[in-house]
Design a binder for this molecule. Structure first.
Ligand code: FES
Ligand code: FES
Length: 141
């Protein structure tokens, strides 16, 4: 349990009750996986999205974060925010929005940066996978 003095209560709440912890099968073509690390501290975040191929909407999201309380809280918030959003809206989520929502202090900004990076990486992975699959499909015609 994190000290309330050092962390805003929303961080503590998300740390104690993180939303959407888990993993999807990364080989599922509807899944995008973003794995990112923070150079400043070595913490690692894996964020996965499940995408509705027809609409490009993120229908589900989950994460696993090996990092500090702020990183866990940031991934929890990010996973909630991107659910139900089209991918292009999800990638426009800024780490400053997450940091503001959680009232992160300046020294913890890099923790929310992980979440922004992870969203972008997950969307990129999904798109690259889709491109590869459609290329494979066209060579088999
Ligand atoms: Fe959880 Fe805002 S406190 S998303
Ligand atoms: Fe590194 Fe928070 S201290 S992600």
């Amino acid at each position: 349990i994190l000290s309330k003095r050092a962390y805003h209560e929303k961080v503590v709440e998300h740390y104690n009750n993180p939303r959407n912890v888990g993993s999807f099968d990364k080989n599922d073509p509807s899944v995008g996986t973003g794995l990112v690390g923070a150079p400043a501290c070595g913490d690692v975040m894996k964020l996965q999205i499940k995408v509705d191929e027809a609409t490009g909407e993120i229908v589900d999201a989950c994460f696993k974060t090996f990092g500090c309380g702020s990183a866990i809280a940031s991934s929890s918030v990010a996973s909630e925010w991107i659910k139900g959003k089209p991918m292009d809206e999800a990638v426009s989520i800024k780490n400053s929005d997450i940091a503001k929502h959680l009232s992160l202090p300046p020294v913890k900004l890099h923790c929310s940066m992980l979440a922004e990076d992870a969203i972008k990486a997950a969307v990129k992975d999904y798109q690259q996978k889709k491109e590869k699959l459609s290329m494979e499909a066209s060579t088999h015609v």
